[in-house]
Design a binder for this molecule. Sequence first.
Ligand code: UDP
Length: 383
Amino acid sequence: MSSPRVLFVCHTGSVSGAELVLIDLVRPWAGQSAFLFEDGPLHQSLAACGLNVEISRWGDGLNNVRRDSSFTKVVPVIGAMCGLIAEVARFARKHDVVYANSQKAFVLSAIAAKLMRRPLIWHLHDIISPAHFGKMQRRVQVLLANHCTVNVVVPSKAASDAFIAEGGRKELVAIVPNGLDISPETQTSAELRRELKLPQGPLIGVFSRLAEWKGQHIVLQALAKTPAVSCIIAGSALFGEEAYERRLRQMVGDLGIADRVYFLGQRNDVPRLMRAVDAIIHPSIDPEPFGRTLVEAMLAEVPVIATDAGAASDILEGGMAGTLVPPGDSDALAQAIGKAISRSPELAEQINHAARRARSHYGVAQMLDLTSRLIRQAAGDPA
Ligand code: UDP
C-alpha cells in the first residue's frame, strides 16, 4: 500500500509542549497536510517539515472557550464550531486518516471524521481529570473518544490511567512516550552564563509556559526561603494566563526577591539555559501528562527537582533520576534546592543515570516508529 494520506489537526498556532511533539511526529509525513484552527509560529514549523498547512476561517471564535468552560460559555461559539467542523470534514474527505493533536482539535475532528467515515487518532496530551477539565468537557471527550476514534495515543501511564478512570475504553489506548532529540551542549555552565548574561552564584531555572497549574508561584515562595539562590524563569503566558504572569511579577516584589528572579520570556534556547543553571525545577501543582521539560533537564545533565504528580515519578524512575517533592510544598522544595545546589557525589551519579535513562527511554525514533505504525494500521495497512 502507498503511504496513507494523513491530515494532522491542531487547535492552536502557538508552540507549547504538545506542538513541539507534533513537530517531531510529522517528520515521516512530508507532503501530507495540517489544518490549524488559528495561525501562529506552528504554521511555519510544520511547513518547514514539508506539510501543506491550511488555516481555518472560523478558529478565532474558539479562543473564548477555555478547558474548564461551562456549557453556557460554549453556546455563543457554536456557530464557529459548526464552521470548523465543516472545514475539517472537507479536508478529511481528501485524506485516509485524521490525527487530532489537542483536545479542542479532537472534539471537532471526531464529528467531522465520523461524518466523512475517516479513521481518527486522538493524540491526548492531557490528563483528563477534574484538575484540568470541567465535568461536561470530560464527559464529551470520553464519549467521543469511545465512539469515534480508532486509537487514543497518550504519553504516559498516568495519562492512560486518567482516561480509563473517566470511562475511556482501555483497548483504544496506546502509550507512546514523548521523544526528544537534543544534542548534548558542549559549553560549560560558566561559559554559557557569560554568553547569556546570567548571574553568578547558585542559580536555578524553571522552563514552562506561565500557568497557575505549572506552579511557578511555589518556586517564588521557596526562593524566599533560600536567600543565596537566584532563579531564571523561562516561558510566557501562551494560553491566556496573563493575570497569572502579573501575579508572579507582583509576588517577587512582595517577597523581596526581585533582585534574584529573572523573567526571560519565551525562549528558543532552552537546552543552553538549562545547561547554565545549577538545578532545574519542574513545580507543577496538578498532575503532568508527561513533561518534556523533565527529559530535557535529564539530557542537560543538571540536577532536576520535580513535583510528584502525574508522569513525573515514572520519568524520574521514582526518584532514582531526580528528586521528587510533594506538589505545592514550598518548604520541601526549598530544602531540595539546598541539596541540589550542593553538587554532592551521589548527585553526580544520579545526573549520569538520568541522562542515560533519557537517551534510552525517550528518543524520537521510538515515538516515530510507534505513531507511524498506528497511522498505517488506521489506514488499513497491516505493516
Ligand atoms: N519551552 C520553550 N521555551 C520556553 C519555555 C519552555 O521552548 O521559554 C519548552 C520546553 O523546553 C518544553 C516545552 O516548552 O519543551 C514544554 O513542554 P512540557 O511537556 O514540559 O509542558 P506543556 O507546555 O506541554 O504543558
